[in-house]
Design a binder for this molecule. Sequence first.
Ligand code: ADQ
Length: 496
Amino acid sequence: YEREDGKPARQRLLVVANRLPVSAVRKGEDSWSLEISAGGLVSALLGVKEFEARWIGWAGVNVVDEVGQKSLTEALAEKRCIPVFLTEKIVHQYYNGYCNNILWPLFHYLGLPQEDRLATTRGFQSQFDSYQEANQMFADVVNKIYEEGDIVWCHDYHLMFLPQCLKKFNKKMKVGWFLHTPFPSSEIHRTLPSRSELLRAVLAADLVGFHTYDYARHFVSACTRILGLEATPEGVETPPEGAENQGKLTRVAAFPIGIDSDRFIRALDLPKVQGHIKDLQDRFKGRKVMLGVDRLDMIKGIPQKLLAFEKFLEENDGWRDKVVLLQIAVPTRTDVPEYQKLTSQVHEIVGRINGRFGSLTAVPIHHLDRTLDFQALCALYAVTDVALVTSLRDGMNLVSYEFVACQEKKKGVLILSEFAGAAQSLGAGALLVNPWNITEVAKAISKALNMKSPEREKRHRHNFHHVTTHTAQEWAETFVSELNDTVVEAQLRTKQ
Ligand code: ADQ
């Protein structure tokens, strides 16, 4: 790479994810309003200074006309984003269907949606075809902009076919793939009709990453048991297939994600956040604040959390007017019936508990079906005494990290599901629970609310140290530099 001034430019990192970090809304025939969504992945990659990132993904809108596609492409180029245009049918079959209705529940050990089981089984093949087709559409965009020396980092369960599509186009492309969800036990993966095709497609990557060692181990077991391949301490070996094929080692490893902890810590000093904190403290004076922040998804175990809180209130009447649970739940995938059912279920439980334990002036649960802006979220984390993360399964869970980052003053307690990836990093500081056991969770709530300061301090120290030293930036840097090295290694193996 050479810049115009003759100096070498930074190596390009092509980040491919289902969604771009930008949402596009059409304002006119050729004008667009773009809103950046500053998620964890965006801030993680902003910190990776030695590479120049380009984003490739779907902008969240279906644009079929040429004028629209051209103008959106130009508008996004300013944000270093390159759109993939999917058709409505593909979005329905690939995204709503195969990704969210099949892979998402299966990877979180929830099986297929009960009522849809047969319909899903019948519709499986066409959804899988669309999934492959969609992955090829992402690959076509990457292939078009790829230049020698670029590194390609594919993200998540939406794009398991992408590494194979890319390597078919250019064997020398450096390709990494990272999964943000758990990878389930090989016994679960075995039930997927397309189990082998998906594994083989991922193995085309040079480096395959997971949040925890357990997920990596499950993936390797799936490859050995289902595909009959050899596992080595570094990953999975694929034997040569044809005369011209060299065989291949795919590195498999754990890269636990983190957050941009400084961003949260710094935000707490902002006057606006201080103002929110003061308002919240006044509002809930004399009561301990418990907090849940989740996408409204079945993996987050929100009904289980509410039932545990109900049990706690039943058994501890002295606490009834001294504690409040703030549950902030962002609606997602609102067009999927299973998610609509979950919303009604949650509303029903909240209504019941508030009816049972509320008074004319106060209710035990404040439930909000919406997203909060960053500053309001930081303030909430800061005033919380006990955070409740009860995911039934969760790749990592960043909410637990964000809560810890905002607790330097208060040193509140984190109750954390043992089925969240975060349990492996924050387990020593948190109270770990099995979210299915509401008696155990109710006891943990009582323990957390009654915990004395020295123990809270000790637990918080451990977690705070972890969250501030294992950041998103470090996560991205480690993955990308290992991907770079892995390919060099693979080339050496080929030459020998
Ligand atoms: P998610 O399932 O979305 O991510 P999580 O890791 O907790 O779960 O991240 C959610 C993000 O959304 C957090 O940054 C949080 O602040 C924000 N958020 C949630 N509810 C909100 C609300 N009501 N208002 C405002 N913001 C809200 C997936 C996997 C996780 C994995 C991440 C990253 O499911 O297991 O940790 O990717 O790899």
